[in-house]
Ligand binder design. Structure first.
Ligand code: UT7
Length: 345
């Protein structure tokens, strides 16, 4: 095993003491449901306008899954695309991690259901709950399993059917979210790099800012919890916004500092796609130029754990990043949670 771990690090300025990581993102894939819901469609459902949604969020449309299409289906479709692109078969996968806040069921895990749907063997599988930050948490966990020598090939998926936890009568939230999934396959490959470093963090003191109050052990489903709308996502938008900008900027700066990188050396910044004003504020404070920043928010809205996973796949397929380019991913979500990662593609 030790003879395999000989990373050819391409970054000359990695900080002293930093351990390069012999682990590569082999391939990525994504899937969004067919049904498009535009801002004009929402105008017929709640008291809102395309003008308000566009100017306050940057979102123009989002995708919603069909009634018989579950988070595990979206996840499996994204995973199969990543497997096809990477030439990875189901029996090669040692671990499946699904980051989601909208699992098919509270248990068993959506990862177990995905295992069946993609024809993987009886590999390890579990769900990860770090809300919108889940995909980067997942990449780091995958990498740790690979670096320890426990697993060789890990499938990480961010997948959400947020439309099932949205109150479609609440204009404060229903205009913001969408459904979708993105996947990445990581493998032990000594000659290449995936994640160079990542920063993860959380602040449970602000848990109430963004949550779904009912459905867990604190407030199990009752007729009253249902009629009070406690099974819907709730958010203090303004406070979440401020926390998001601060946490994303700090996490991204910490990642860059650890690698000894300047933002100008990053080919593509992939931020969590929640609000264009958050993306602009974070980009400004990081000193990123508009052409460095990948945005697909206008087409999908906020897809939580799937957000940066879909964006990474699209950035790669649109040719925005090529092998060897540096990517900075930065996320923020309920928990509160946040994270950033520098990736050598
Ligand atoms: O993924 C996790 C991270 N999520 C986020 O980071 C989201 C963070 N928050 C946000 O993106 C923004 O706070 C929102 C987009 C949610 C809201 O934008 P805002 O500029 O903070 O608006 P606001 O909440 O201050 O609302 C301004 C006004 C209110 O009316 P009054 O009270 O001033 O009369 C709202 O009722 O806009 C009203 N409003 C709407 N009007 C038309 C709220 N939603 C809508 C709507 N259409 N959909």
């Amino acid at each position: 095993m030790s003879s395999e771990i000989k990373p050819a690090c391409k970054l000359p300025r990695l900080l002293q003491g930093y351990q390069p990581r012999p682990c590569s993102i082999v391939s990525v894939g994504s899937y969004v449901p067919e049904r498009v819901v535009t801002n004009a469609d929402l105008e017929t459902m709640v008291d809102t306008s395309d003008e308000w949604i566009t100017s306050r969020t940057g979102i123009k449309e989002r995708r919603l899954a069909a009634a018989n299409e579950f988070t595990s289906d979206l996840a499996a479709k994204a995973a199969k695309r990543a497997m096809e692109k990477g030439g990875i078969t189901g029996d090669q996968i040692d671990l499946i991690i699904v980051a989601t806040i909208t699992p098919d069921m509270l248990f068993p895990s959506t990862a177990c259901l995905v295992q069946q749907k993609i024809g993987a063997g009886r590999c390890a599988a579990f769900d990860l709950e770090a809300a919108c930050s889940g995909f980067i948490y997942g990449l780091e966990i995958a990498q740790q399993f690979i670096m320890s020598g426990t697993f060789k090939t890990v499938l990480v998926i961010g997948a959400e059917k947020l439309s099932t936890i949205i109150d479609w009568k609440d204009r404060n939230t229903c205009v913001l979210f969408g459904d979708g999934a993105g996947a990445a396959i990581l493998q032990s490959r000594p000659d290449q790099h995936g994640l160079i470093t990542s920063t993860l963090g959380a602040d449970g003191g602000k848990a109430e800012l963004l949550s779904m109050p009912a459905g867990g052990s604190r407030c199990p489903a009752t007729a009253e919890s249902l009629s009070s709308g406690l099974h819907y996502l709730r958010m203090d938008g303004k406070e979440t916004f401020k926390s998001a900008v601060n946490a994303m900027v700090s996490a991204a700066q910490e990642c860059l500092r650890r690698c000894g990188l300047d933002i100008s050396e990053i080919k593509c910044v992939i931020p969590h796609q929640a609000n264009l004003r958050i993306i602009d504020a974070v980009s400004d404070r990081l000193g990123a130029k508009p052409e460095q920043v990948f945005i697909n928010l206008h087409r999908y809205g906020n897809t939580s754990a799937a957000s940066v996973a879909i964006a990474l796949d699209e950035a790669v397929s649109e040719g925005r990043v090529k092998r060897g380019d540096l990517i900075l991913m930065v996320v923020f979500g309920a928990g509160l949670t946040w994270g950033a990662a520098v990736i050598e593609w």
